[in-house]
Design a protein around this ligand. Sequence first.
Ligand code: AQP
Length: 355
Amino acid sequence: MNGFNPLVFSGVQPTGNLHLGNYLGAIRKFVALQDSYDCIYCVVDLHALTIAPDPVELMRATREVTAAFIAAGIDPKKNIVFNQSRVKQHAELAWVFNCVARMGWLSRMTQFKEKAGKDRENASAGLFVYPSLMAADILVYRATHVPVGDDQKQHLELTRDIAQKFNNDHSTRIADLGAGVEMMMGDEKVNGFFPLTEPLIEGPAPRVMSLRDGQKKMSKSDPSDLSRINLTDDADSISKKIRKAKTDPAPLPSELDGLKERPEAENLVGIYAALADTTKEKVIADFGGQQFSVFKPALADLAVEKLAPIAAEMRRISADPGYIDGVLREGGERAEIQAEATMKTVREIIGLLGD
Ligand code: AQP
């Protein structure tokens, strides 16, 4: 991309129960990309601090997300897998980006508005500047591609805005230091230090919705466990949750268009298509005109077939925390070498005296 070496970066917060949305929107894509790209996958524990988690729970969840990565098929030898707080350069670059990002940009982030709710005055400053840290996570490796769910699209746009402003603000110095890469910004050819990272969002279920409400995304923090399929759920729980998933009384339509205005039906069709590695069109071709009493058991069987082996592998890996900690330690050491190389140049570009 634009002269930068292709590199994939993405992260998952250790904030509770990993669910089907995290799997289809992110983790499964991570696995697919490792064959074609150098990839860095991070358990973003500093992000989790924005909601003040219990420390013991945070450590448990950090190991669990790591186990999920490996259980899903991510190879920690081939890729870099680590937890964010080990590599201090993330926090350092986040501060630099707090001074690049504008208050107006951060104020427009819908995730902040949703998570802060009505009591904005009482939200942590960390929650407000979360997107600067996310931009730092990505750009400290000068990553070119980020596989994420659709809910993260706006944060990726902000990451591009930050990269673009940094490149523009320091263009002369970047050129003087010979630190830039020739890239297109709009119609203009410039020397930029940071790439304009592209999100990888495509797929039949880019935003998996709650099983209880087709208007809300499936989320770790939803108080109702019936709203999500956790990656650790056993076969019975998966089947029960799909059986109880909210739907409307009509059968599935025979055309894709017929899913419009039927968010719960569309969500289940999207989940089926993603798990079966096919399209929503194909699912409708197979199940159009059928009642949910036929479709739901087929979906439950498919979900169990795909998810139960991951849950079993997660349990096996989680039984050996020493192994998980070793993966994170080694990944952190490898990540830090790359992150420090970036930061050394950033310090020179912006005028911080160092070695
Ligand atoms: N419902 C979803 N559909 C598709 N992708 C999703 N992701 C999250 N929910 C869905 C993707 O999973 C990756 C990791 O997300 P995260 O844990 O870092 O943060 P999040 O987006 O805030 O996840 P949750 O589950 O909604 O957590 P809470 O409830 O704590 O806010 C990201 O790529 C995300 O897009």
